[in-house]
Ligand binder design. Structure first.
Ligand SMILES: [Zn+2]
Length: 403
């Protein structure tokens, strides 16, 4: 076999693309070792053979147990970590350089060159793993069904279709969609961040987050829920709900709203109960009362088209749209209301660090948007959008190493 490092690299690249596609299709990131959550990366490189002399050298230098077929996948496996694999390649190169018994110097240089390419291949694998994990992290938000800032559904249908339309957001409802309704999103987010102060543990968590991660919607999702008491249903209460008609579960949710969620209860007490003949009618009446624009009710249509598959007297117990689901919506609605109702401090206090942090977060955000859309950044535009001086933006960009 002709020893050819560049050929090795192109094979590793090709297999990397395959591995990446496979990981995306299966919704699992790649990792050095397989687990319930991760796919083993090495398995995608078992067909790529390593030059036999180099393989022997690596086995010796790395103290690896010998194999019959030494493939790139096999070194990954034996190396256990990328760092270890790279260090074995480094040591192999050292070994070649220091071994004066080798008389074929030309051959030695070719082998050293091959090792350098092999080293590069490990870097490619390390990038591949990172890339698969980055996307996976975003994807895991698919399971966040509710908007990070309120009670509405995320635009689930579009997500299920993997469509990247302008309406698409894995974390937010249409109302709070960062690109579609910029100001609603920022208002709600600012209210939440201001409200965090009254829950010290949350506030600490927020302040200790790294800047790049502080705007993580998962944190907002969790934080939002903390602003209303959560009703915990006891088993006995649930058993007393009559299943013969929808009146039992409807009354049950009304009672809980009355006792736990006053603002929400006000919002839904205008529903004419005489017109409610099924759990589905009640469910939609509540959704529409909470979001009169009808947008959330459309999202629910998209998300659940299987009402008809569930027998009428079971609908109130469906994990997709039953009592528990509705109670969770009432809870998140109440929390959203409470967050909005909290007085929001107006204007910055002198020397307030927090305010500066928020500004920096906004800068990062706009910077990312500009980079994604235009491929370059425009400091003046950021300054205009945030209504601060260009100098200040320029300093922040420098501080953040974004320039
Ligand atoms: Zn929302």
């Amino acid at each position: 076999m002709e020893i050819n490092g560049e050929d090795l690299i192109s094979k590793v690249r090709e297999a990397s693309e395959n591995a990446y596609d496979w990981s995306q299709r299966n919704g699992k990131p790649l990792a050095m070792t397989a687990s319930e959550k991760d796919l083993e990366v090495a398995q995608f490189f078992d067909e790529i053979n390593i030059d036999q002399n180099i393989a022997k050298l690596i086995i010796r230098v790395g103290n690896f147990s010998p194999s019959l077929n030494f493939s790139f996948g096999e070194i990954l496996r034996k190396g256990k970590t990328i760092r270890k694999a790279k260090s074995v390649v480094d040591k192999s190169e050292e070994f070649l350089r220091e071994n004066y018994l080798i008389d074929d110097l030309l051959r030695r240089d070719i082998e050293i060159d091959y090792l350098k390419n092999l080293y590069h291949c490990f870097e490619l694998i390390s990038l591949l793993i990172k890339k698969s994990r980055r996307v996976q992290r975003r994807r895991s938000a698919y399971f966040l069904e509710y908007c990070a800032l309120c009670w509405r559904l995320v635009n689930k249908n579009k997500i299920l279709n993997f469509s990247e339309s302008a309406d698409y957001s894995a974390y937010y409802c249409l109302e709070h969609h960062p690109k579609k309704s910029d100001s609603n999103y920022h208002k709600a987010r600012a209210s939440l961040i201001a409200a965090l102060k009254i829950i010290p543990a949350l506030n600490r968590e927020f302040n200790s987050r790294k800047e790049s991660d502080a705007l993580n919607p998962k944190f907002f999702y969790k934080a939002t829920a903390r602003f209303a008491l959560k009703h915990k249903p006891s088993k006995t209460t649930k058993q007393t709900i009559s299943t013969h008609n929808c009146k039992g579960p409807v009354d049950y949710t009304i009672n809980i709203a009355n006792s736990y969620y006053p603002a929400t209860s006000t919002a839904i007490n205008g529903i004419d109960l005489n017109k409610i003949n099924s759990w589905k009618e009640w469910f939609y009446a509540v959704i529409t009362a909470l979001d009169p624009t009808g947008q959330d009710s459309l999202s629910w249509d998209d998300a659940n088209d299987n009402w008809d598959d569930v027998p009428e007297d079971h609908t109130a117990y469906s994990p997709d749209f039953g009592v528990d689901v509705l109670l969770n919506i009432l809870h998140r609605h109440e929390a959203t209301f409470n967050i909005k109702a909290l007085p929001r401090p107006r204007g910055p206090k002198p020397g307030e660090v927090k305010k500066n942090k928020q500004l920096r977060l906004r800068v990062i955000e706009i910077y990312e948007q500009q980079k994604a859309i235009k491929g370059k950044i425009n400091g003046a535009e950021i300054a205009r959008e945030l209504k601060v001086s260009r100098q200040r933006i320029s300093i922040i960009l420098k501080e953040l190493n974004l320039r």
